[in-house]
Design a binder for this molecule. Structure first.
Ligand SMILES: Nc1ccn([C@@H]2O[C@H](COP(=O)(O)OP(=O)(O)OP(=O)(O)O)[C@@H](O)[C@H]2O)c(=O)n1
Ligand SMILES: C[C@](O)(CO)[C@H](O)COP(=O)(O)O
Length: 387
């Protein structure tokens, strides 16, 4: 199991250094439903694994991680010592957003996609801290290089890696020219800053395409643990509305009082799915004051949640929904609900169970004031090593 490494070891003074981890990319070239920053290394998402690795190699006064805006709420649930900053359209924009929060003289910037950094490489970078505006690791080229049909001198080529250590003021200034650079050292060099190159490590290879994952040895397989979530929701009846339950119309004129279409079964199921992922609840994702969700078809919300779970590295294993209602009778609809929900979640129908029960006239359900639904969902990590 991973644990959040505390920022400061007892009695240790922290260096004038901030760590910025860039993790807000689109993972396009990785070309999987899961984004590379959410691959699990045992129990830890890659972005946190890469961050914790560097925390083991050096101390930092402050740690900042850039995240994609739609994953920001979820990443924040993994740590209360890391500052999470929403990324931008480009790596450089994400870096600029992070730099707004950097107060230290020096900043170490690394891609979360380069998770396997070793102590010797970090030490080579830190040793040059006072001698440059930017210290950058590189690899030499061992193959013959042809550039525009001409063989060129490979000894003049450097393959640039991260982490890169910069003077914060210089890096901030270098990013203000309007030119987009693919790394920090290029920006600082372009404005005449002093760049010192140190030897990197082939192990610090950037995870870019899916095939790369097999060649980066520190990346271990995800945990085989399964995760169970529980959801519960209630809606009162409302005349003059269609009743949607489990994605199926079950009554033409008596529906539910709700901001959305009121599908209380899907809402409970969504809460169970989010619960299993530790991703909070339906209200966090789809606030019932948000006009975008007025009368929304809850099947679309479920589809969005399933896409989110796949993106952040989960697979749905099984779910079980129990509807508590005196009215209407649901026996004729249970299988329709199962197949509808299974289709949305891309599950075999046997892994979607729907139960219905009365409460023997007891409580608000028994008084036919409304319907309650409880649900459970089971998730596992997407096994990226087995594809
Ligand atoms: N707008 C962006 C783009 C990239 N990055 C980060 O910068 C690093 C290097 O980028 P890259 O490997 O290209 O990641 P992606 O941009 O996600 O990849 P792709 O180009 O395939 O979409 C990654 O850790 C990525 O998360 C970022 O924080 N913000
Ligand atoms: C910063 C970097 O990792 C240095 O090699 C590289 O430039 C990132 O490029 P990307 O296209 O943003 O992955």
């Amino acid at each position: 199991m991973y644990n959040i490494v505390t920022l400061q070891k007892k009695g240790q003074s922290l260096p004038d250094l901030t760590l910025v981890m860039l993790g807000a990319g689109s993972s396009t070239r990785f070309n999987q439903r899961v984004k590379k920053q959410w691959l699990r290394i045992d129990e830890t998402p890659l972005w946190l694994f890469a961050t914790q690795n560097l925390q083991q190699l050096s101390s930092f006064q402050h740690i900042i991680v850039t995240t994609s805006p739609d994953e920001h709420f979820y990443a924040q649930k993994f740590s209360d010592t890391i500052t999470f900053v929403k990324g931008g359209e480009t790596r450089q924009e994400s870096l600029a957003n992070a730099l707004l929060h950097v107060k230290t003289t020096y900043v170490l910037v690394s891609d979360i996609a380069r998770a396997c950094i070793d102590q010797a490489m970090i030490d080579r970078i830190l040793d040059e801290k006072e001698h440059a505006d930017c210290v950058v690791p590189y690899l030499t080229v061992v193959d013959t290089v042809v550039y525009e049909e001409q063989t060129i001198n490979r000894d003049q080529i450097k393959l640039i890696q991260t982490p890169q250590l910069s003077r914060t003021d210089m890096l901030k200034k270098a990013l203000q020219t309007g030119t987009i650079y693919t790394d920090d050292s290029s920006a600082i060099k372009a404005m005449g800053g002093k760049v010192v190159y140190v030897l990197g490590n082939p192990e610090a290879k950037k995870l870019t395409c899916k095939e790369d994952s097999a060649t980066i040895s520190c990346l271990k397989a995800p945990s085989s643990n399964i995760f169970v979530g529980y959801g519960f929701d209630v809606h009162a009846y409302e005349e003059g509305k269609v009743m949607m339950l489990g994605g199926v119309e079950v009554h033409p004129t008596t529906g539910f009082k709700a901001h959305s279409d009121g599908d209380v079964a899907i809402h409970a199921l969504i809460d169970a799915l989010l619960g299993a992922a530790g991703a909070g609840d339906i209200g966090e994702l789809f606030p019932d004051c948000d006009p975008r969700y007025k009368n929304v078809d809850s099947k679309l919300l479920l589809k969005e949640v399933c896409a989110f779970l796949a993106k952040v590295g989960f697979e749905i294993v099984h779910c079980d929904v129990c509807v508590m209602a005196e009215f209407p009778r649901l026996s004729a609809f249970k299988d329709k609900m199962r197949f509808c929900l299974a289709d949305i979640m891309e599950l075999s129908p046997i892994h979607v169970n729907v139960k219905a029960t009365t409460t023997e006239k007891l409580g608000f359900v028994g008084r036919e004031e409304g319907v309650a639904v409880s649900a459970t969902a089971t998730l596992k990590y997407y096994d990226w090593t087995n594809v």
